[in-house]
Design a protein. Sequence first.
Length: 230
Amino acid sequence: MKEKLFNEKTKLADLIAANYNLILMLPRFGLPLGFGDKKVKDICAEYKVPSDFFLMVCNVYTFDGYIPTDEEIVATDMSLLTPYLLASHQHYLRYKLPHIEQHLSRIADDAGERYGTALKSFFAEYKNDISQHFEYEEKIVFPYMTALQDKREHETYCISNFKKSHSNIEDKLDDLTKIIFKYLPGNILPEESIDLIFDIIQLLSDLTKHSAIEEKILVPYVTSLEREAL
């Protein structure tokens, strides 16, 4: 596994070619397209992105078996961890979910009242769940981590609480794809239905990686900060 990991000498174009889904991450780091043959270290230096953190996220996102060691976590510049996660939340809430909802709403309207109403209700409930999930992280977890980073006083909390309660926000989305597969009438906007399924699958994959980043980077990093604060 180790020899496959991306490093600072990897060309950013080669990194993206190895996993095209990584292109979704570039805006979250403020990195534009048009990077030519530049290496990761050069692009990151140009846009003031810590290359060690960028590479850690890319490796977690790409290689399922990759788990950063405690030593790697402590040695990594985590200054963009919160901004990166916040940018991910905004991508889901402001772009991806509304885009899926537009598809789903047109399909639901064409599918009849019984099925259409159930489909809209299911998705509305999911949007509420994911919004609450992100709100908890943004109001409780991220400020707690920032206070630890700045060595400031903070509300009593422990990252183990987050780890125990970290809900799987992907499961309900997976359920939605199965509902569409099994019960959507076959004559309902077939091309748009396929587009909807692919959009949901892509979001499902991205959210799974998002959760992995929180579990493999955020949790051990905050744990290390807690140890320092003792």
